[in-house]
Design a protein around this ligand. Sequence first.
Ligand SMILES: [Zn+2]
Length: 159
Amino acid sequence: MQADLHERARLLLDRAVVEGVSPDEQRWLANHLSQCAECSRYAELSPRTIRALDSFAFDLDPAAAFRVQTAIRVRAGRMASRGRDSSIGILAAAFLTIAGSIAMWEPAAWLAIRWNWPAPAWQIGFAILWLLPSLILDVLLLFRGKWIADDSGNQGETV
Ligand SMILES: [Zn+2]
């Protein structure tokens, strides 16, 4: 018997379980199953497999489901509020870095002229002493939010 006939028979068997097959297809299938032991065994196994899968289904205690849903909602709410808090902190730090740099640029230039420092030297000094600490603080704040999120996956234990 041709392999595609067996394949057709199995496809029809699978379809019959899900959506049903036409009378012509039923007749063809019955004819094939009467002649083919392999497909007959497949036809017996399919409903048995479905019954076995059905037996795995179990009723969930509604109170337990409600507790799990509530715990997940509370946890998601906490994580969202932590994310919001750290975002506000990062924005505030970035704003203060920019505003502070703009505000301190003129006094630093004035001091550099008074003390006869060449332009590249005081500008590099300004970047190292003023901008770099602020940027490091911004980066620390940025990753603090990520560390908190990672930490919350470890029941509060610091890794
Ligand atoms: Zn067959």
